[in-house]
Design a protein around this ligand. Structure first.
Ligand SMILES: Nc1ncnc2c1ncn2[C@@H]1O[C@H](COP(=O)(O)OP(=O)(O)OP(=O)(O)O)[C@@H](O)[C@H]1O
Length: 357
């Protein structure tokens, strides 16, 4: 299966609002890629340009050797000519059609014989646990069942590429969990390339084989989820991925803690940039060691499996994440130990520096 390549793709709206900023990247075939980033960073625009629903201002988009779009040659392949499956947040099943009619809609449009359509529906109904629901109407289905019908409809035409724009955002937490597992399983079974837009880092971390973190119309970093988490290439990525977010110290903030962090990292003490520590790398001890780092507990948030512990250290609010209950109550002074692999440093331009790279 071919890769998707974007070369110097630019997209502005109304000639002035820059949505995608000279984007050059390759989405390798067979990967489950999550485009992750804050609202307005250009995720949907990127996806829509790959789908052919939005025309770039300039650049080139290819699917292997097939040119989807090229400003140089004036090529623009219409969406229906690109062999894609598309699914959006509002997946809009046809309300007046049964589940089976919805699923085989694309096949009927392609004039596939009725018996073959029925056969394909049986296969898909099995894959998406829709057995026995073929004659129901969408209003007679649960949210999760509707979502599975939408997925089956998208896959009925055997697309080479699936483009999904926040398809799980309308679901409640337990259904989301179920659908995340379903999509992941589906990707492993079908082996097709998936590009999935989300602003939810948990969704990206749990499903993607590769995350592309977007910021202001560009991809800041593209890597495997755990590499993004462990080796963020910039302040932006480090801050965006992780919950609670990384504790960031700008120059002058909590100097005792910052200098201990730079000492562990081996970066110069007269730093000009930011240092950060993941909440789980802040370990609390019952008693502060003599001359060691200390903090005061100011909030305790049990999540069930973990505790998020708010701390005050040298006038700064920090958050620690622990799978153990806190060693003391609110108001108590505790010692701090720092775990080296959760510490990161960034230069003045926000680029990661030091041994974490
Ligand atoms: N049709 C449009 N007309 C004008 N500006 C638009 C249009 N669509 C998007 N934009 C702007 O382009 C930028 C990128 O938008 P885009 O929808 O691609 O971002 P996004 O990362 O998908 O955001 P979200 O997560 O909120 O959907 C934003 O500044 C947005 O306001």
């Amino acid at each position: 299966m071919p890769n998707i390549t974007l070369n110097s793709v630019v997209k502005t709206y109304g000639g002035k609002s820059l949505a995608v900023d000279n984007l050059t990247t390759t989405f390798p075939s067979g990967e489950f890629i999550c485009l992750l980033g804050p609202s307005g960073c250009g995720k949907t625009t990127t996806l829509r340009m790959i789908a052919g629903l939005e025309r770039p201002d300039s650049g080139e988009i290819r699917f292997g050797d097939e040119v989807f779009y090229s400003s140089q040659t004036g090529t623009y392949l219409r969406p229906e000519k690109r062999k894609l499956g598309l699914m959006f947040q509002s997946y809009a099943l046809w309300p007046h059609m049964t589940v089976e009619q919805n699923v085989v809609f694309g096949l009927a449009m392609k004039r596939m014989p009725r018996e073959d359509q029925a056969k394909r529906f049986t296969e898909l109904a099995k894959l998406f646990h829709l057995d026995g629901l073929g004659q129901r109407y969408p209003r007679e289905l649960s949210g999760g069942q509707q979502q599975r019908v939408a997925l089956a409809r998208m896959l009925a035409v055997s697309p080479d590429l699936l483009l999904l724009d926040e398809p799980l955002s309308n679901l409640d937490a337990s259904l989301r969990l179920e659908m995340r597992a379903e999509l992941k399983r589906l990707h492993q079974t079908l082996g097709c390339t998936v590009i999935f837009v989300t602003h939810d880092q948990l969704e990206a971390m749990t499903m993607a084989t590769s995350i592309a973190v977007m910021n202001k119309g560009r991809i800041e970093q593209m890597a495997k989820p755990m590499d993004i988490y462990r080796h963020p290439s910039s302040h932006f990525v480090a801050n965006f991925v992780g919950s609670p977010p990384m504790n960031m110290l700008t120059p002058g903030e909590a100097p005792g803690l910052a200098s201990e962090m730079t000492k562990i990292l081996g970066t110069p003490a007269d730093r000009a940039g930011t240092v950060g520590i993941r909440p789980e790398a802040l370990r609390l001890t019952g008693q502060p060691a003599n001359g060691g780092l200390k903090a005061t507990i100011d909030t305790i948030q049990p999540t069930g499996a973990d505790w998020i512990i708010g701390l005050q250290a040298e006038g700064r609010q920090l958050f620690a994440l622990s799978s153990e209950p806190p060693p003391a109550d609110i108001g108590a002074e505790v010692g701090l130990n720092l775990k080296a692999d959760g510490i990161h440093a960034f230069d003045q331009n926000g680029k990661a520096v030091g041994p974490s790279l």
